[in-house]
Design a protein around this ligand. Structure first.
Ligand SMILES: NC(=O)c1ccc[n+]([C@@H]2O[C@H](COP(=O)([O-])OP(=O)(O)OC[C@H]3O[C@@H](n4cnc5c(N)ncnc54)[C@H](O)[C@@H]3O)[C@@H](O)[C@H]2O)c1
Length: 355
């Protein structure tokens, strides 16, 4: 898988105690990588990271806002590749705490880039941003990587800044000798192991298990829903190319299959069809601005990286519900089994990265 790129590699994952970072560590450990994680303590209880109990990972609790500590950590670890996932990633929290959001997502990234600049072992950096970096506008078939950056709320703006910062370091400091750097823009990620506040699936899970009615704020908002393993296969594929010295620097969209871009209300109805206990009603009132329609055009990743989404929306929903039910009803963790199912499905689809 991934051409054997990750076996024995020194890999740094920032944000490993979070939802996506914990799944990425599980996958990297499976690939035989020597993984270090750099993050804060998990924000939620339970937390997927703690449940996975990945003793193989060198677990560092360091605040990205502390530049000298980040610098010292990279000097010690000497990573060959960095996957940067640490962030304050919640839109509504970013309205409440803009300073924290910019300090983490902008200055935290500057500290990391500065540390990378002085750590010569780093050959590649994949910076996870989001579909929310685009200037909000009507698109035909979804946002493409060459469309303008924007951002209305503090979170989206901070991630658009992260895109500009990545471009700045690429041109100013990494052009001759520095690492190859790409940014990766994923859609709305769902899957087992997310308990974040103000996110649709965790809210659904909390409501279903406590037999309460779920109140949804923006049922008409259209989002590209994808299983967490989808963008991660994109990040790993990108990392494979960067470590091989391929000039795939720049921005990459990793969106879902076309059937999976749908309104919040439609996704909830599909989940209800598989989870009959779930009761939903619309939450009236004014809510802070969130983009009406987000859709990603991932044709560049498909044609140049041989990457595409594997699971359709039904598979994504089924795996997500199965994960939470197994955990809550039987105390069983399906993460490793679901990773293997995903890889099997990708092999059946003959995706290049499975070789
Ligand atoms: N979940 C999604 O739907 C989604 C979609 C697109 C992009 N993303 C991006 O993917 C990345 C991961 O998202 P997630 O959903 O796993 O988030 P998460 O909230 O579950 O995890 C965030 C991680 O960042 C770490 N972190 C936060 N502040 C930090 C700091 N000051 N210093 C060090 N570490 C810090 C946390 O400890 C945690 O490990 C983020 O960059 C996010 O913007 C997420």
């Amino acid at each position: 898988m991934f051409g054997g790129t990750y076996a024995g590699r020194r890999v740094l994952v920032t944000g490993h105690t979070g939802f996506k970072g914990s799944w990425l560590c599980l996958w990297l450990v499976t690939l035989g990588a020597r993984v270090t994680g750099l993050a804060l303590d998990p924000d939620t209880a339970p937390a997927h990271w703690s449940l996975l109990d990945l003793n193989e990972v060198n677990d560092l609790r360091i605040d990205l806002r502390n530049g000298p500590s980040v610098h010292q950590a990279l000097a010690q670890i000497q990573p060959e590749i960095v996957f940067h996932l640490a962030a304050q990633p919640l839109v509504r929290r970013s309205y409440r705490e803009p300073l924290l959001t910019f300090e983490t997502n902008v200055m935290g990234l500057v500290h990391l880039l500065e540390a990378v600049r002085s750590t010569r072992s780093v050959q590649a950096l994949v910076n996870a941003t989001t579909d929310k970096v685009y200037l909000e506008q009507v698109t035909d078939g979804g946002y493409r990587e060459d469309q303008p950056l924007g951002g209305h709320d503090p979170y989206s703006t901070s991630k658009a800044c992260a895109e500009l910062l990545s471009d700045c370091y690429r041109k100013s400091f990494f052009a001759e000798t520095g690492p190859l750097l790409s940014t990766a823009r994923a859609g709305n990620v769902i899957g087992g192991g997310d308990w974040s506040e103000d996110r649709l699936v965790p809210d659904i899970v909390r409501a279903a298990f406590s037999k309460q009615v779920l109140r949804i704020r923006n049922p008409d908002a259209i989002r590209p829903w994808q299983h967490v393993l989808e963008p991660l296969s994109g990040y790993l594929r990108l990392g494979q190319h960067l470590l091989a010295g391929k000039r795939v620097q720049g921005a990459w969209n990793f969106g879902p299959t076309p059937d999976a871009t749908m309104a919040v209300g439609t996704l909830v109805a599909k989940m209800q069809a598989q989870w009959t206990e779930l009761q939903v009603e619309r939450q009236p009132g004014d809510h802070p601005h969130e983009a009406k329609t987000l859709q990603l055009d991932s044709s560049k990743a498909q044609s140049e990286l041989g990457w595409r989404a594997v699971w359709n929306v039904e598979d994504t929903i089924r795996h997500t519900i199965e994960w939470y039910r197994a955990y809550s009803e039987r105390n069983e963790l399906l993460s490793a089994a679901q990773l293997h199912s995903y890889i099997d499905a990708a092999r059946a689809a003959r995706l290049d990265w499975t070789a």
